[in-house]
Design a protein around this ligand. Structure first.
Ligand code: NAD
Ligand code: ZN
Length: 355
């Protein structure tokens, strides 16, 4: 069976397009009680971008903190705050920030229309009611969260996305000007998330011409950004992120992402840097990709955290391995149907020990 693939229906791309956000939301503001909730990364508190948010009438500016990657408990709290703010369901949710803020906005828009805790919906296609209208404005490029059908959450039992067609944004606004001001290491780590999406998609057994078309273009753009220092690098990275996301949506990521989930679940290491730490150990699986990644790292003089697992007891290491090996489709994509014989617990443990 082939997947019937839903995509984001409305996209604006261009420098300064943030100024059109008010116009985009106008049609959604129907009735006197209609209000928008702007879910904004609190890194922008008091910054010029915050002053440019088109707040009107009863709109709510909801600043969110992303020091920790999104947790189900935090999503539930934010939903409760919106419900306490107004008995009326918001007309729309607008996420402004990196992958974390965009994922929070997705999850909030789903949970406003679905009962219970967000932890109940971690998995595939467990959501029954469509989300509140939601739009995203990325301020950091690489995750592909702007176009993916998932919002990745850490719950009490697992780190797993709420994957559904309803998770997809209704609108995205890609303004490369908003990437200015991202700290350099963060720019690199999140950019590498995209590059690794491409490598894992292109080298996977699930690869097909659809994913290849997007993955090759995205990898090419990453090379222009990270090896050639193209003057249009923000515009290019924004499109690389989008294309990288499109590529994995019709294939899958692989070993690096599986291992990074273990790092994140046990040590709270953030996605981009966690992928870099894991990828650096995967020369056997992705020789060319890892070589090029190291070239990029050297060119930009980026440090990589080392020995992150050295103080872990064996129970924690086991938990990491269990988390990583539980992501069956990722391993199947990476190593084929015989993956479990190729990536044994011992081999995964050894990779973690080296990180
Ligand atoms: P992030 O959103 O966690 O942000 C990283 C840091 O950069 C934060 O401190 C943030 O405040 C700051 N920042 C963001 N934009 C900035 C700007 N313009 N200027 C200055 N600082 C800025 O980082 P990320 O790598 O974009 O996202 C990681 C998150 O995305 C993780 O939670 C991960 O699980 C998730 N993710 C989701 C998907 C998906 O498909 N839904 C895919 C990959 C990753
Ligand atoms: Zn990723």
């Amino acid at each position: 069976m082939y997947r019937n693939f839903r995509i984001v229906p409305n996209i604006i791309f261009g420098r300064g397009s943030f100024n059109q956000l008010d116009d985009v939301l106008k049609d959604r503001r129907v009735g006197a009680d209609a209000f928008m909730v702007f879910v904004v990364d609190d890194v922008f508190t008091g910054k010029p971008l915050e002053g440019r948010i088109p707040l009107r009438g009863k709109d709510l500016l909801l600043r969110v903190n992303v020091d920790d990657e999104p947790k189900t408990k935090y999503i539930d709290e934010l939903v409760a705050r919106i419900r306490a703010y107004s008995p009326v369901t918001p007309a729309g949710i607008v996420g402004i920030g990196g992958g974390s803020a965009m994922d929070i906005a997705k999850a909030v828009s789903l949970m406003l229309n679905n009962p219970g805790s967000s932890a109940d919906y971690q998995g595939w296609d467990l959501i029954s009611n469509p989300a509140v209208y939601h739009a995203a404005v990325p301020t950091l490029a690489g995750t592909g969260a702007e176009i993916s059908r998932t919002t990745i959450l850490t719950g009490p039992e697992k780190k797993l996305g709420i994957n559904s067609d309803y998770t997809l944004y209704d609108q995205i606004l890609l303004d490369p000007e908003l990437l200015a001001g991202v700290p350099k290491n963060q720019w690199f780590y999140t950019g590498m998330d995209c590059y690794i999406h491409d490598v894992e998609s292109l080298h996977g057994t699930f690869i097909n011409e659809f994913s290849k078309a997007y993955g090759e273009k995205s990898r090419d753009l990453c090379r222009q950004v990270f090896l050639e220092d193209s003057p249009e690098k923000d515009d290019k990275l924004m499109m690389a992120s989008y294309f990288g996301g499109m590529s994995i949506a019709y294939s899958q990521v692989g070993a690096c992402h599986a291992l990074s989930y273990g790092l994140s679940f046990v040590l709270g290491i953030h996605h981009g840097v966690g992928c870099c730490i894991a990828f650096d150990q995967l020369e056997d699986i992705y020789p060319e990709g890892v070589r090029e990644f190291r070239q990029m790292m050297e060119k930009h003089d980026i440090p990589l955290p080392r020995n992150v697992t050295k103080d872990l007891d064996s129970a924690s290491l086991e938990k990491m391995v269990t988390t990583a090996l539980g992501l069956v489709p990722l391993w199947e994509n990476c190593l084929g149907p015989d993956w479990a014989n190729l990536m044994t617990r011992e081999r995964a443990m050894e990779l973690y020990r080296r990180m």
